[in-house]
Design a protein around this ligand. Structure first.
Ligand code: CA
Length: 237
């Protein structure tokens, strides 16, 4: 599920967007002031922020500056100002996208998904990823464990690559579904689980005895280097 922090001081707009985005499967935390937004950002760790520019306590562009001082969370600006110079300034200041008011929840959700797709695939072309003995090479689309090549389907490779791109971080199943399959999260989708279990088998591990792929219940899964086996003891002569 995508966790959205909605910052909007207009009561009716806030209520309508909260309901609409929730209906589309997002988990929405809605606040009306900049101070609450900064607090929620630290406490709730949203996946994305939808930020109104005209707030009662601080201007949204100042909020954006404060957010960027501490966080890389994607920010989509909601603006009534259809002013190109202002929009360019905000994008330069670290906003990821913008919506001109009035906009629907469906439109906002589409932008949120697009922003998440862009911001969660930081791997460029042929950059290899090394996680313990596992080496993933996007250019040749191969993965090896201790030099032995894994036989992976296209989606298994894409899934492994999506996890490798954020190695050490817990990646939600909704995120994986969006990144690898380009699909919205329906809440009960088994696609990711099924492919994870296939990937585990090929990595020679199980969910009960994980090495590389660690599930975090209710949150997602992360790719980490296995805890190394104990150093072999030197035999006494
Ligand atoms: Ca406002």
């Amino acid at each position: 599920m995508v966790r959205i922090l909605l910052v909007e001081d207009h009561d009716a707009i806030r209520r309508t967007l909260t309901r609409g985005l929730s209906d589309l499967g997002a988990v929405v935390t809605a606040v009306a002031t900049a101070v609450e937004a900064i607090q929620s950002l630290a406490a709730d760790r949203p996946d994305v922020v939808l930020l109104d520019l005209g707030l009662p306590d601080l201007d949204g562009s100042d909020v954006l500056t404060m957010v960027r001082a501490t966080s890389d969370v994607p920010v989509v600006i909601g603006t009534a100002r259809d002013d190109e110079r202002e929009i360019v300034r905000l994008l330069d200041a670290g906003a990821d996208d913008y919506l001109v008011k009035p906009f629907s929840a469906a439109h906002a959700m589409a932008r949120v998904r697009a922003v998440l797709r862009r911001t969660t695939t930081p791997l460029s072309g042929d950059q290899r990823v090394v996680v313990g003995d596992l080496v993933i090479d996007p250019s040749s689309r191969t993965a090896t464990v201790a030099g032995a090549e894994l036989t992976l389907s296209r989606k298994e490779f894409d899934l492994l690559l999506a996890l490798a791109a954020r190695a050490g971080e817990v990646v939600s199943k909704a995120q994986l579904l969006a990144d690898v399959w380009g699909l919205p999260w329906g809440g009960a989708d088994r696609t990711v689980d099924v492919h994870l279990s296939w990937l585990r088998r090929k990595l020679g591990e199980t969910a009960a005895a994980p090495r590389y792929l660690h599930s975090v219940r209710g949150v997602g899964v992360k790719l980490v280097a296995p805890i190394s086996d104990p150093t072999p003891t030197t035999e006494q002569p």
